[in-house]
Design a protein around this ligand. Structure first.
Ligand SMILES: C[S@@+](CC[C@H](N)C(=O)[O-])C[C@H]1O[C@@H](n2cnc3c(N)ncnc32)[C@H](O)[C@@H]1O
Length: 451
């Protein structure tokens, strides 16, 4: 319903491309308010890409690194069916919740029950601390009274009969776990508060949960107001397959996707953003599988024995320069690009001829050498019959991301490495035979629209 016209002339792009910063825009509208996450894409970027490149009759969006599902939500409100995948189970759970359409009356009913439960349980004390699989030192990460309150919350949530309502509560619980833990909330890695700060840290667990439910309910109401306008609501599917190995054709068929809108990781989890560490405490409380093993499964997590050529001059030059300083580091970096190129080789097959792939990336420095992730994405797609459309540049005003990591990997050495995002847009070439047919059908479509 919010769909706009597809741009057909590349010349038109210049007029559309000026402002990608969206300074001052709220990035937490609709269900985008549900949960924080490292290096989230801002909804405005996904939305603008869809408005620029999606044809009126486009039906399917795919996000191969969907995280919390920002682009999925933006696709859905434009009436597209959406499919996302992510290896981090917590990200998947958030994406599922954000794209779900629970019944608001049932949510309200459960929130009322929850408020009564909070009043009743003020004096309640649990005899025994629970065992939470995946957190060996529970008392290190949570104060004892916090553990009790979280256990009470969990029991309440586990007793909610409706799946969608329970999912809505689980997401609010996940942020409550994070905010009431002894971790420094401003960091994505797991660091405990220092002793002084810990003394003063006495979170009101129930109050946090009440606040999250209220905020998320307001976002959901606005989201539902949009989604209920669809006569045939579009569908959302969130999976956990790894595009580095393959894309199961029964989940995403070859040449079926109109547009890919995604933001891959900036590098391997260990030296860039540790998605697994960020998610670990919540994931363990929620009973998600192996919360401590996520980071090693993500892109670039596997060790590589050699730095091979990628047939991409800017990337090969950068790797060569790093290799001369530190071969081991060059191999670690190459492992990430190896995974990225394999993933793109699979993603390329599911995009329709004439369909788009939009990748939002940051270029980081390693050993003082700028790694050209934007140019690499262009090369990798060009190797699979895609043509380059454009790269839009976006300065990052206040995103929580590793702006100041250590490109030398030396302790205490901090440098600004990413202040810009690059939005690389590629299009799958249309074979000549299809082009000939398309001329007739697009003339027919234009005529239909006029009618
Ligand atoms: C930059 S974040 C995506 C954020 C997302 N656009 C959002 O707005 O929430 C990158 C994501 O890639 C995921 N990831 C890393 N390697 C992956 C892989 N091989 N397959 C699927 N997801 C992967 C991480 O778990 C992380 O959620």
């Amino acid at each position: 319903m919010l769909k706009t016209k597809q741009l057909t002339l590349l010349d038109d792009l210049g007029n559309q491309s000026e402002d990608w910063t969206f300074t001052g825009a709220s990035t937490r509208e609709l269900t985008h308010c549900y949960h924080d996450y490292p290096a989230r894409m801002i909804p405005q970027v996904a939305g603008k890409l869809l408005d620029m490149f999606v044809a009126v009759d486009a039906t399917l969006l795919f996000d191969p690194y969907c995280g919390t599902g920002t682009s999925l939500v933006e696709g859905l409100i434009r009436g597209m069916h959406v499919v996302g995948t992510d290896l981090n189970p917590l990200a998947r759970l958030i994406a599922q919740a954000k794209t779900d359409t629970p019944d608001l009356a049932q949510i309200d009913n459960q929130i009322s029950k929850f408020n009564r439960f909070v009043l009743r349980s003020k004096s309640h004390v649990i005899a025994e601390a629970p065992m939470i699989e995946g957190i060996s030192r529970l008392e290190f990460w949570f104060k004892p009274y916090v553990v009790e309150k979280l256990a009470e919350l969990k029991r309440f949530i586990d007793g909610i009969p409706d799946d969608s309502v329970r999912l809505f509560f689980r997401i609010a619980f996940s942020e409550t776990v994070r905010e009431s833990s002894n971790t420094r909330n401003e960091e994505f890695k797991l660091y405990r508060y220092d002793v002084e700060r810990l003394k003063k840290f006495n979170p009101d667990v129930f109050e946090i949960m009440v606040g999250k439910l209220k905020r998320n309910r307001a976002g959901l109401q606005k989201y539902l107001a949009i989604m209920h306008n669809f006569k045939h609501p579009p569908t959302a599917n969130v999976y956990g397959f790894n595009t580095v190995t393959d894309i199961p054709s029964h989940l995403v068929a070859p040449a079926s996707v109109d547009i890919v809108v995604t933001s891959p990781p900036y590098g391997d989890s260990h030296t860039t953003v540790a998605y697994g560490q960020y998610s670990r405490l919540s994931a363990a409380w929620l009973g998600l599988q192996e919360p401590d093993k996520v980071d090693s499964k993500l892109m670039g997590g596997a060790v590589q024995k050699k730095v091979h050529k990628f047939q991409c001059v800017p990337l090969d030059n950068a790797l060569e320069a790093i290799c001369q300083m530190d071969e081991k580091r060059a191999m670690e970096v190459a492992a990430f690009y190896n995974d990225l190129s394999k993933s793109i080789s699979h993603v390329a097959t599911v995009v329709k001829p004439g369909g788009y792939a939009c990748y939002v990336v940051g270029n980081r420095k390693v050993k003082g050498i700028m790694l050209p992730t934007d140019a690499s994405i262009r090369c990798f797609f060009e190797n699979h019959d895609f043509e380059y459309i454009d790269t839009f540049h976006r300065s990052i005003p206040n995103k929580r991301m590793p702006l100041r990591n250590s490109p030398t990997n030396a302790a205490g050495v901090v440098e600004n490495t990413m202040l810009q995002e690059h939005i690389v847009v590629m299009r799958r070439k249309i074979p000549r035979t299809l082009r000939e047919k398309g001329k007739t059908s697009s003339r027919a479509k234009t005529a239909q629209r006029r009618v």
